[in-house]
Write a protein that binds this ligand. Structure first.
Ligand code: HDD
Length: 720
């Protein structure tokens, strides 16, 4: 595509169409295009005779099958992707010359892939884990990749520790246990020796590690990057993705149950939302720091274990991403897509963040073994929609047929082509940062404050969020076999917050070690290791930050929420339909769940299609529950253990439960009701309209569902 030409939001779809294949109405052929007469029987010497080696059709089919699998990603193996577009709200020319951030009329095609980090390709979506949030922008200046996560910081400060981190969290090498879980000795052994990981650990032990939906999580570029405008002025930038559905998570017990009920929970949610037109949307946010302000913070902008509190630098929302098309083929698109933080366009550049610098090497390198050679940029999903010409040649699976005899530069025989581009023609020029330094394996002094922001994160959380963090630590550390690792970890937590350590210790039934020897500072070379490590928090401008608590991230409305309507024969169909319609009008989806599949007959004789039987679904797959009246329906449901369990589980997971008329009796019968005694907010989100009109209950119900969960309902259970 010509530089300067407006990007067409469909440009990538058109490009992919060139490679699309449809078999409808076509004959079956070999890979060579030979029509096949019999695909059911191999060629044999006689009906009962030996198979013949000459059966090239059998050989081709089986050979291809034998090579169908490629290595899964070393990390982020399990993922789900979707197509869409990005549109900037107003020109960002003052900040950056990046072409796709100039014109609000322009739609830049994108492909986003979301992933979990530790599990293998077949693991469950709901593991407690960081979520990858990678976006490929197909701009007319080439590909720009923003390869981030749903947490704004990272475990380590330097890429040289990445293999160690991943070896520690992956299943242990001797028995390959546990899958997609950090609750094991090697992970916590490593973490307890790496104080720099503590801030990220607080995020991973928070509910952020279990998003309700990929559509309801934030994304972050993590590193500090640079924006450079056409005048060559550079500023620092941090990238954010803000979901328009708000930030929501599930309960840990719920996540574990979902993993059994539907290990594809999040990819199914993404797929279905796009299929029915509930297109996921995020705003792109930027935090801008002037070059001259680089050193004004208590933390180092180059340290990826630190965030910039929004109180210090606000997030400016500059554009929106909409995902509106599912891939046609998982392998061709989602599996073969290759992201790289080094895929840049003019106007965006790197900083010296040592984690980022190491990543710049790793991502191409890993594709060489994962996708089989240096031509992975030619795979349809990875092709740029900009023109691509260079003197790179040959290699495995080369697709392009480069014409002419010249593949070097400079040349005269090829007319000097392909030509270098001047800056005005879109030629990329690295930012001319001044560097004068001596070689060292050290790091900046501010990198050594490992606990201030971990504490800031904890102190910014609401009471229920803190309670969840405490129980996450209790779960993870409670699974450890090695007592010394557990104790060392408690010692680390004491550096973050004494009450946090004490609460975790109570649940573990042990004491916080009295004197907490700081772990050896492995971040300093052995011969320089004296007293360089001192867990001494330096003063922070921000002790707590409202932007870090999900309690402050709710948005209005219940768009795209799933509500189970529990019913059986004899249900009050008027109430059922009224609630269904009220939910629909609010953009949510009611689904009839009944003791059996098929069609129910309402008390007035109306037939109602069942969406799920109690056998095939579970409360953990819904956001809220409604039980309509109808004496016959409720009497049947009261005899169904699965219906009572449905209510109990939803209650435990702090979901909104509404019922009208006789439906209230089902809620009364559930154990959940008797467990309410002594719980301060026990009735929050329980809406029982014994005599009220369904429309009144519906309005209260919708308002309560919009709060997402009523977490205080569980506060009694918290061990302090
Ligand atoms: Fe990475 C994949 C995000 C540090 C090496 N990384 C990968 C993906 C995401 C991230 C979202 C999946 C992309 C996809 O969907 O295909 N990685 C991050 C973030 C990091 C980070 C936000 C820290 C800020 N990564 C990081 C380091 C290294 C790597 C320090 C190595 C030195 N990451 C890789 C990799 C992967 C990868 C091994 C595996 C598959 C791939 O690259 O394409 O090269």
């Amino acid at each position: 595509m010509e530089k300067g030409k407006q990007t067409d939001g469909d440009a990538k779809r058109d490009d992919l169409e060139l490679f699309g294949q449809q078999s409808a109405g076509q004959y079956l052929t070999t890979d060579q295009g030979l029509r096949i007469n019999d695909d059911q029987n191999s060629l044999k010497a006689g009906e009962r005779g030996p198979s013949l080696l000459e059966d090239f059709i059998l050989r081709e089919k089986i050979t291809h099958f034998d090579h169908e699998r490629i290595p899964e990603r070393a990390v982020h193996a399990r993922g789900a992707g979707a197509h869409g577009y990005f549109q900037v709200y107003a020109s960002q020319a003052e900040l950056t010359q990046a072409g796709f951030l100039q014109n609000p009329a322009e739609k830049t095609p994108v492909f986003a892939r979301f992933s979990t980090v530790a599990g293998s390709r077949g693991s469950s979506d709901m593991a407690r884990d960081v979520r990858g949030f990678a976006v490929k922008f197909y701009t007319n200046e080439g590909i720009y990749d923003l390869v981030g996560n749903n947490m704004p910081v990272f475990f380590i400060q330097d890429a040289i520790k990445f293999p160690d981190l991943i070896h520690a969290v992956k299943p242990e090498p001797h028995n390959e246990i546990p899958q997609a879980a950090s609750a094991h000795d090697t992970f916590w052994d490593f973490i307890s020796l790496m104080p720099e990981s503590l801030h990220m650990i607080m995020w991973v032990m928070s509910d952020r590690a279990m998003p309700r939906s990929l559509r309801m999580m934030e994304g972050f570029g993590v590193h500090t990057f640079r924006f450079i405008n056409a005048q060559g002025k550079s500023r620092f930038v941090k990238f954010h993705w803000k979901p328009l559905l708000g930030v929501h998570t599930v309960a840990w017990n719920e996540a574990m149950l979902i993993s059994g009920q539907d290990p594809d929970f999040q990819r199914r949610d993404l797929w279905e939302a796009i299929e029915i037109g509930d297109f996921p949307e995020w705003e792109l946010g930027v935090q801008i720091v002037e070059d001259e302000d680089e050193h004004k913070f208590d933390f180092d902008l180059l340290d990826p274990t630190k965030l910039i509190p929004e109180e210090l630098v606000p997030v400016l929302r500059i554009g929106k991403m909409v995902l509106n098309r599912n891939p046609d083929n998982y392998f061709a698109e989602t599996e073969q897509v290759a992201f790289h933080p080094g895929h840049l366009v003019p106007g965006i550049d790197f900083t010296d963040d040592p984690l980022l610098q190491g990543r710049l090497f790793s991502y191409t390198d890993t594709q060489l073994s994962r996708l089989g050679g240096p031509n992975f940029h030619e795979i349809p999903i990875n092709r740029t929609v900009a023109d691509m010409h260079n003197n790179q040649r040959d290699g495995h699976m080369r697709q392009a047929i480069d014409k002419g005899g010249v593949a070097y530069s400079p040349n005269t025989l090829g007319g000097g082509c392909p030509m270098q581009a001047g800056i005005k023609m879109g030629g990329f020029v690295s930012y001319g940062e001044t560097t004068q330094a001596y070689k060292t394996r050290g790091k900046g002094q501010k990198f050594f404050d490992h606990f201030s922001q971990a504490a800031m994160f904890f102190h910014s959380q609401s009471d229920w969020e803190q309670a969840h963090i405490v129980s996450a630590f209790q779960f993870e550390l409670g699974k450890l076999q090695t007592a010394a690792v557990r104790e060392r970890m408690l010692g680390m937590l004491a550096h973050v917050d004494g009450t946090l350590a004490a609460r975790v210790a109570t649940g573990l039934g042990i004491a916080v070690p009295e004197s907490v020897a700081p772990p050896l500072n492995h971040a300093v070379p052995a011969d320089a290791r004296t007293e360089a490590y001192e867990p001494r928090p330096i003063s922070l401008h921000v002790g707590s930050s409202a932007a870090l608590s999900m309690a402050n991230k709710a948005v209005e409305g219940i768009r795209s929420r799933k509500v189970a309507i529990l019913a059986a024969d004899g249900v009050d169909e008027v109430a059922l339909l009224a609630m269904f319609n009220a939910l629909f009008a609010a953009g949510a989806h009611g689904r009839v769940v009944a003791p059996r599949g098929g069609v129910l007959t309402g008390v007035g004789g109306t037939e109602i299609q069942v969406d799920h039987s109690l056998l095939t679904t579970s409360s953990v797959l819904f956001d809220a529950i409604y039980v309509p009246g109808g004496a016959g329906s409720v009497a049947t449901l009261k005899r169904e253990g699965a219906a009572l369990q449905f209510i109990d589980e939803a209650y435990r997971h702090c979901k909104t439960i509404a019922a009208t008329c006789e439906g209230c009796e089902l809620v009364d019968a559930a154990y959940a009701r008797s467990a309410q005694e002594g719980v301060a907010d026990s009735s929050a989100g329980i809406i029982l309209g014994r005599h009220a009109a369904t429309s009144t209950v519906a309005a209260d119900f919708i308002a309560a569902v919009a709060l997402h969960r009523h977490w205080r309902r569980e506060m009694k259970a918290v061990v302090v």
